[in-house]
Design a protein around this ligand. Structure first.
Ligand SMILES: NC(=O)c1ccc[n+]([C@@H]2O[C@H](COP(=O)([O-])OP(=O)(O)OC[C@H]3O[C@@H](n4cnc5c(N)ncnc54)[C@H](OP(=O)(O)O)[C@@H]3O)[C@@H](O)[C@H]2O)c1
Length: 437
């Protein structure tokens, strides 16, 4: 029979935490620490104690949260003598960066959920943490409550990872789910997402793929051991996806998802890191990820495919990831050790035009003899071969939908250029990549 650990004798060592930001994530974090304090102490032998909380506007908050003093000087929290470990859940890049640098420089471990900051400044921040021999942990920065960074950083450290495909933005997945399941067009689905609190009043960062770009940049660092920042990511969002693109994809057996993709060419070592809408087969595991859920598929040579699924945002799930990191960092601090982030080499990027995939293209054309010949001639001239085609009548015109075999992005772009100039083509519609197994 298993025996419980004997109760530790005497007071436990305490790690004092300064929390910077007490909004959605920060307030869920302090509540979770309060709820789990005794269990954490009995499992780890370390007592967590939140001593300071920084907020932007003190008038919105009580003067104390638990026993912690509420203050407005975020930098002072990083430097305070009664703070051993800093949790940065304020967001933004300027002050948050200063807080994290100040904490690390003074030997205090940092846990952050700040994807925007990490995706822009990871190189510098990782270097400071490494030089100081101190933890900088950020599981919550990518996909909120889903453990992904630690598995990539630890369990899969030796794995030759070929590709990571992720639905890493809940807002866009909610919008695309509504468009797929109800036939709604983009603007109605966006409005509903805003009413339900899934989308911000200004949804640009989500719908244009910028939030997903920050996350997939962080993932690419750990998947391939190369240095990637958000500006290296080629990002395209979902604002041009129409109800008819969704319907056409369904007709061919696909659903449209916004994917973050990080893939490595095993011959050249070059990486492609990008965000774009993609058609995935209805039986693909990512097709079943609905509403605001996130999922990331990691494809390794030895491990095969691994799927990480769950809630990519929200106070409690994100606080759960933050707390896991805080416990690790607190235990490491007591032991005088720290997690290894690894070393990152300079990345070589696959030129965007060289990325190969299948595509679905839609054209509106005059419904008269010779049109098909002219259109297929364009594909042939640009070395793009067609796997499937479909024609619908729309009044006196016709809609042609083509699904290509694997083709280079630059060759497909050249076809689009020629179609724009072709008299018989009245409109070049959606062009969407297809992601295979
Ligand atoms: N929300 C999520 O589901 C989620 C998921 C994953 C990652 N994250 C990341 O977690 C971080 C926090 O997100 P959140 O949703 O919790 O944000 P939030 O609800 O807007 O909370 C931000 C907090 O920071 C405080 N703050 C703002 N300016 C400050 C300043 N100058 N000094 C001190 N405190 C300041 C705010 O104070 P007031 O309360 O006084 O305004 C607020 O308490 C962001 O980096 C975000 O990307 C969030």
């Amino acid at each position: 029979m298993a025996r419980a650990n004997p109760a530790p004798k005497g007071p436990l060592p305490t790690v004092r935490i300064g929390v910077v930001g007490h909004g959605v994530v920060g307030s869920a974090f302090t509540a979770l620490v309060a709820r789990q304090r005794d269990i954490i102490a009995s499992r780890t032998g370390v007592q967590l104690d939140v001593t300071r909380v920084a907020v932007g506007d003190a008038s919105k908050h009580p003067t104390r949260i638990g026993t912690a003093e509420v203050v407005t000087d975020a930098l002072a929290v990083a430097n305070a003598s009664d703070v051993d470990l800093v949790v940065e859940v304020m967001g933004g890049t300027t002050l948050a960066g200063e807080v994290i640098r100040a904490a690390l420089e003074s030997g205090k471990p940092v846990v952050t959920a700040n994807k925007a900051l990490l995706a822009a400044q990871s190189g510098e921040l990782f270097k400071i943490a490494d030089e100081r021999g101190i933890d900088l942990l950020f599981e919550a920065a990518v996909c909120g409550g889903i453990p992904l960074i630690r598995p990539l950083r630890e369990s899969l450290r030796g794995e030759p990872i070929r590709r990571v495909l992720g639905i890493v933005n809940g807002t866009t997945n909610y919008i695309l789910t509504k468009m797929t399941e109800t036939g709604a067009d983009y603007s109605d689905a966006l409005r509903e997402a805003q009413q339900l609190g899934y989308a911000e009043a200004d949804p640009t960062a989500d719908v244009e793929g910028l939030d997903a770009a920050a996350k997939i940049a962080i993932v690419a660092n750990f998947a391939f051991g190369v240095h990637v920042v958000a500006d290296d990511v080629v990002a395209e969002g979902i604002s041009r996806i129409s109800a008819s693109d969704i319907a056409m994809a369904q007709k061919f057996g696909y659903v449209i998802k916004l994917l973050g993709v990080a893939e490595r060419d095993s011959n050249t070592g070059a990486v492609s890191v990008r965000v774009h809408p993609a058609m995935v087969g209805v039986k693909h595991p990512l097709a079943a990820v609905r509403e605001a859920f996130n999922a990331v598929l990691v494809e390794g040579d030895a491990s095969g495919s691994l799927m990480f699924y769950g809630r990519g945002a929200g106070g409690d799930p994100t606080a759960s990831s933050v707390l896991g990191d805080v416990i690790d960092a607190a235990v490491n601090l007591r032991k005088g050790t720290h997690a290894t982030l690894g070393t990152f080499s300079q990345a070589t990027f696959t030129p965007p035009g060289d990325v190969v995939s299948e595509f679905m293209l839609t054209l509106e054309v005059a419904d008269k003899p010779g049109v098909l010949h002219a259109v297929t001639g364009v594909f042939a001239r640009n070395k793009v071969s067609i796997r499937a085609a479909e024609q619908d009548g729309i009044g006196r015109d016709a809609r042609l939908v083509f699904v290509t075999h694997d083709a280079r992005t630059s060759d497909v772009a050249a076809c689009l250029g020629e179609f724009q100039r072709l008299d018989v083509v009245s409109k070049v519609g959606g062009v969407i990549r297809i992601i295979g197994d």
